[in-house]
Design a protein around this ligand. Sequence first.
Ligand code: ADP
Ligand code: MG
Length: 171
Amino acid sequence: MSTTWQLPDPEATRELGRRLAGVLRAGDLVVLTGDLGAGKTTLTQGIGTGLGVRGQVASPTFIIARSHPSLGQGPDLVHVDAYRLGSLAEVDALDLDSSLEDSVTVVEWGEGMVEDLTEDRLEISVARPRGGLAGQDEVADAGTRTVTVRAVGPRWEGVDLASAVGRADAW
Ligand code: ADP
Ligand code: MG
């Protein structure tokens, strides 16, 4: 079961994250895939805002994982760069302020790594349009992102993500 959103600008990407946070709870895992510059960190920033966590969500590159403790009653956010990670078990071995059971864990570039470790996960792909003119980074940066969320495992059975999040043109 998968749902797709077309997101015209970075604010829409953040808003999708905020809305997804409404269905996320402690112990959930979100796996983000997509090219460099697609919008994975932007989406994670929205999730952080929606969860109400401390600290600015930035690219986890060079740090492997960062914990963002909840400011309220909700779960913490653990933001992981899987690119430099062998397995999710390594995150638990890090000396983070948050445990994975008490957190929503968002893994960037996690495809192919976490599938064997987790039964339940949201697999989110972020894609930007191809065809920007060579050498024009602003062209490559622009353009509607296509975000597809695939809910895997019994945790997500009966959860209607499309209804919970709504359509982007109605936000
Ligand atoms: P990643 O983490 O996948 O490398 P980022 O989240 O850092 O990508 O985003 C890269 C760029 O894409 C940023 O400049 C961001 O503002 C922009 N961006 C994100 N979402 C969209 C969107 N829906 N439309 C246009 N630009 C976007
Ligand atoms: Mg990133």
